[in-house]
Design a protein around this ligand. Structure first.
Ligand SMILES: Cc1cc2nc3c(=O)[nH]c(=O)nc-3n(C[C@H](O)[C@H](O)[C@H](O)COP(=O)(O)OP(=O)(O)OC[C@H]3O[C@@H](n4cnc5c(N)ncnc54)[C@H](O)[C@@H]3O)c2cc1C
Length: 546
């Protein structure tokens, strides 16, 4: 079987039969989607103009026969053979996540540490057998959901302490098993991708209503393991809030928590595994809290003369108790992608409800904006989000990952970083972080471009999300990117922010995560690891040293 055909057994498709759509082994999305040659040329020209260089050269994406993989170092025992693959497409496809560094290495055709084996377990019994084999043989196991990690979370770069590595892909655990309509909850397998999950809930009139930008190519288990952040800006931001109970297979046994709407019984077992990034166990199922599908909607774009006025308005809205579903403030540089070229900041504001019209909430939020020089363009009702500046921004948001990969192939240094900070420190934080990143871009790229938007807002502070772009060369891109990324992460930590609001820690954020977490907590986490995973086979190097 293979990720190429969604886990179908090898040999199922005779050579002349049309095969199902394949995902790219090296980057974001489907093989047949993304900018065509003409669009790529246009992107090259506009990027060159934006960066003030004469031209940028496009590099062709890799094909699987160009990738040289070392021979597998381990052989699964016979009972596990039928769920294991050593197909080059699978091994290359599970070598990286989807970070800037991952895409650069793919364009450079560099795959020095592929997993030796990719396993596609059919059920929990297979997972137990795999963990037993790997524990007793000194083989590292990297749990794999959709592989959309942007922090090196699924990369089997585990050092020399292990005989080999297995990428454990949960794609076949993809069902909604049970729906409890009375409590509005469902028991769901961890390997289900976002669209398939919503398809299975739709007939019940329910939704998980958790839409990270990576929704199409990420899984429930991955969201829980990384504490992902959804599209909605307030109230239910992280997946954490929707987890009612969890089932996790650890090398030491199965942990299953009770379904409860709330509990004060000591530290929460679910909170131990939520955000554990594949280091403590394999999440196989969760009971998730659901919502009725919203039917009332209101959307507005609000323009502000400058970013600071927008920040003041968003703080007022976030502390008003209105809880908009969308409250994304785009600074003037970011607003360009929403078609706003006037140099103004734009707030994308939205309310949703399955129960009541939202006009009164919108009207009050717009009063808060008007108090801070905000000029509104209001739309109401179904489909309204697809119109106006808000709609333009949303469409570019969904298409952006395909474009990002093309930009990497054009040799640009293009990435994002995200964090959160309390309101009292935001102004100084934003100035300090922006200055550090612009200085790094100037030093390593000769200049560049930085923008900021708020992805989530809380009564006590925003979650700013920064995008940067600089001129680069593919062969030096990783060093250039590392210099900018390090400057950004150092500044974020120095100014009191978190190394990640929702992109997780993985391998890439470890140095800054270590500076952020309290030492006694780090020691406690190591003890938990020793108890649940005594041979330390699960995702070595992520959160905890091997
Ligand atoms: C274009 C793009 C947009 C993104 N947008 C967002 C966004 O809006 N919000 C956001 O939060 N993140 C976002 N991300 C980051 C990423 O999508 C999230 O971290 C996501 O939650 C990962 O899910 P996944 O299924 O792809 O997990 P993977 O990438 O496969 O794995 C992520 C981590 O979780 C572990 N893991 C996966 N499944 C399990 C399991 N069943 N049990 C135990 N451990 C497991 C892995 O070992 C790894 O450490 C984005 C990434 C990209 C490329």
């Amino acid at each position: 079987m293979s990720i190429s055909d969604g886990g179908a057994p090898a040999g199922r498709y005779p050579p002349d039969t049309p095969r199902p759509r394949r995902r790219k082994f090296w980057g974001w999305g489907w093989e047949d989607e993304g900018p065509d040659a003409e669009q790529q040329a246009r992107m090259g020209a506009s990027t060159a103009q934006r960066l003030g260089v004469s031209e940028v050269q496009a590099v062709a994406p890799p094909t699987i026969d160009e990738i040289d993989l070392r021979a597998p170092r381990i052989t699964p025992p016979p009972p596990l053979e039928e769920i294991c693959s050593t197909d080059p497409y699978d091994r290359a496809g599970h070598s990286y996540g989807k970070s800037f560094k991952d895409i650069v290495r793919a364009y450079l055709r560099q795959y020095p540490e592929p997993p030796d084996v990719v396993a596609f377990p059919r059920d929990e019994g297979d997972i137990v057998s795999l963990l037993d084999w790997c524990s007793s043989s000194g083989i590292a196991v990297v749990p794999y959901g959709g592989g959309s990690s942007v922090v090196g979370g699924v990369e089997p770069a585990v050092g020399d302490l292990y005989l080999g590595t297995v990428s454990l892909d949960l794609a076949r655990l993809d069902k909604v098993i049970d729906v409890d309509r009375a409590s509005r909850a469902a028991r769901i397998q961890a390997g289900v991708y976002g669209p398939a999950l919503e398809d299975q809930l739709r007939p019940h009139g329910l939704t998980l209503r958790h839409f990270p930008q990576s929704f199409e190519f990420s899984t429930l288990g991955g969201w829980i393991a990384t504490r992902s952040g959804g599209h909605y800006a307030t109230l239910y931001t992280h997946i954490d809030d929707f987890v009612e109970s969890l089932r996790v297979i650890t090398p030491s046994g199965v942990s299953e928590s009770r379904r409860l709407p709330g509990s004060g019984a000591g530290p929460s077992p679910d909170r131990l595994f939520v955000g554990s990034e594949g280091t403590l166990g394999v999440i196989t199922e969760a009971w998730m809290r659901l919502q009725d599908r919203p039917t009332f909607r209101g959307t507005a774009s609000v323009r502000f003369p400058d970013f600071a006025s927008g920040v003041a308005a968003v703080r007022a809205v976030s502390q008003s108790g209105l809880y908009p579903s969308n409250c994304r403030l785009l600074d003037p540089a970011e607003a360009v992608s929403a078609g706003e070229t006037s140099g103004k900041a734009v707030l994308v504001l939205g309310f949703e409800s399955a129960d009541h019209p939202v006009d009164a909430w919108m009207a009050r939020a717009l009063e808060c904006c008007a108090d801070h020089k905000g000029e509104a363009d209001v739309r109401a009702g179904e489909g309204a989000q697809r119109e106006g500046a808000a709609g333009a921004w949303r469409n570019s948001f969904i298409r952006a990952p395909y474009g990002r990969d093309t930009m990497v192939g054009l040799g640009t240094i293009v990435d994002t970083f995200e964090t959160s900070i309390t309101w009292d420190r935001f102004e100084e934080f934003h100035a300090g972080v922006s200055a550090a990143v612009m200085a790094a871009l100037k030093e390593v790229c000769g200049g560049g471009w930085l923008s900021c938007r708020f992805t989530h807002v809380y009564p006590d502070g925003p979650a700013p999300y920064y995008s940067f772009l600089g001129a680069g060369r593919l062969d030096s891109a990783i060093a250039q990117w590392e210099a900018v990324k390090t400057a950004a992460a150092d500044a974020v930590i120095a100014h009191g922010g978190t190394i990640t609001h929702h992109h997780a820690v993985g391998r890439d954020h470890r140095p800054w995560y270590d500076r952020q977490r309290p030492e006694p907590f780090a020691a406690a986490l190591k003890s938990v690891k020793a108890t649940l995973d005594p041979q330390r086979i699960l995702n070595p190097g992520v959160l905890i040293d091997p």
